[in-house]
Every structure is written in structure tokens, then in C-alpha cells.
Design a protein around this ligand. Structure first.
Ligand code: DC
Length: 212
């Protein structure tokens, strides 16, 4: 069974690429960041602080998170759009550094590896969640290009954002994701690295298909 992982920082293009790839290859798709975002949304809605690890661990057990290709639900409530805000991204980045949060969603993430195979994207897909993957990719791009992509994406979804704030938020988030102790954002030793700064989504997909 095909298992392809695509990791990288915010705005590196992994979401767009993983989706296209899963369509072209007729594989299942997992956006692992969406799971962290749903937990973050739940905590924000319930005014639970980011650092209450024991309480968060307890609450996660009762959450019913379902991730489909075009829809994400939390306890049957469609939260697909709401989880895309920068506020939620920031909380997601904070809680993703908690060991028990990462551990408690491992099985959920792995459950998406089903026939005919999976394209999984995130930060630690190739290193921790699916180390056995047969093809691993790590996408990068300059901070400015990543902020510009995020800007377009968020504006098109109706969020009110400013490019300067996005650059600093992305830098802050990278810093947290790269420097955390558990499952930091690092390429797997056997991952192919692709700098997508000057590449179109099609060019990245083609580069990946060639390797596959
Ligand atoms: O990919 P994203 O922007 O939706 O991810 C939101 C946050 O979730 C990100 O800043 C870090 C965390 N995350 C993670 O720690 N591990 C993953 N596999 C995916 C996301």
C-alpha cells in the first residue's frame, strides 16, 4: 500500500500539493494540522488555557474529530472554515508542543492509513507518525513567499489579515514548531527536500511524481 508523507512549515504548499497528489493517485488524504486546529478551537471555545496539559488530555478523550477530504467536524459540528484562522493556528502551534496531546492523537492519525493508501501532510508525518512511509517529502519556501500564499488563502476565505503581521506570525510559529522538544519540525533523514519558492503547484506535483 502506498504511504506518502509531506511535511514542511506553514505556507510551504504541503496542503495544496498533498490534496492534488491524493486526487491524482486516488489515495486517502490526511491533513494532520487540521486535527491540532480542531483541538485548539475546542480549547478556545471553552476558555481552556493552552498550558493546562492534564485538563486538555482529559478533554481530548471526549472529542469526536472527523476529518474528511473537504470537511472537518468536531462533535458533528462543521468547523472546516473556522479552524483556518491565524488565531486558531497559533493555539494549535502552542498545544502541539504538549507530549500528551501528540500522543493522544497518534492512533487517530494512523487510522487514516487504509486501502488504497494515504498521502499524509503535517510536521512529523515522515519522522514520527509514519516512519515506515515508502516516499517522504519535505517542502520549504522563503518566509516572504509563505506569508504571501497564506495572505491570499486567508483573504479568499474572508479573513481580515495583514501581510506584515502574517510574516511575524509565521516566523513565530516556525520557531515554536522547529524548537519544541517533542516531534519538532525536521525533515526525516530519508525525505526528499523541495524548495517550492519559485515553483507552481503543478511543478511541485510533477517533481514529486517523478520521485515516486
Ligand atoms: O499545518 P497547519 O498550519 O494547519 O498546522 C497548525 C499547527 O499544528 C502547526 O503550527 C503545528 C501543529 N502541527 C504539528 O505540530 N504537527 C503536525 N503533524 C501538524 C501540525
Amino acid at each position: 500500500m502506498n504511504l506518502i508523507t509531506i511535511d514542511g512549515p506553514a505556507g510551504s504548499g504541503k496542503g495544496t500539493i498533498a490534496r492534488i497528489l491524493s486526487d491524482r493517485l486516488h489515495l486517502n488524504y490526511l491533513d494532520s494540522g487540521a486535527i491540532y486546529r480542531v483541538i485548539a478551537l475546542f480549547l478556545n471555545r471553552n476558555h481552556i488555557p493552552n498550558d493546562e496539559e492534564q485538563l486538555i488530555k482529559q478533554k481530548i478523550k471526549d472529542l469526536n474529530i472527523v476529518f474528511l477530504k473537504t470537511k472537518v467536524t468536531l462533535n458533528n459540528d462543521d468547523v472546516t472554515e473556522e479552524i483556518r484562522s491565524e488565531k486558531i493556528a497559533k493555539t494549535a502551534s502552542h498545544i502541539s508542543s504538549l507530549k500528551s496531546v501528540r500522543a493522544s492523537i497518534l492512533d487517530l492519525q494512523r487510522s487514516y492509513f487504509q486501502p488504497p493508501g494515504l498521502v499524509a501532510e503535517g510536521r512529523d508525518m515522515g519522522t514520527v507518525v509514519f516512519p515506515e512511509a515508502n516516499k517522504k517529502f519535505f517542502l520549504t519556501a522563503s518566509t516572504e513567499e509563505r506569508a504571501a500564499r497564506r495572505y491570499k488563502q486567508l483573504i479568499s476565505k474572508g479573513f481580515d489579515v495583514n501581510i506584515h503581521d502574517l510574516v511575524s506570525e509565521i516566523q513565530e510559529r516556525d520557531d515554536r514548531d522547529i524548537n519544541r522538544k517533542i516531534s519538532p519540525l525536521v525533515p526525516a533523514s530519508d525525505a526528499h527536500q523541495i524548495d517550492t519558492t519559485f515553483l507552481s503547484p503543478d511543478e511541485v506535483v510533477n517533481a514529486i511524481l517523478q520521485k515516486i
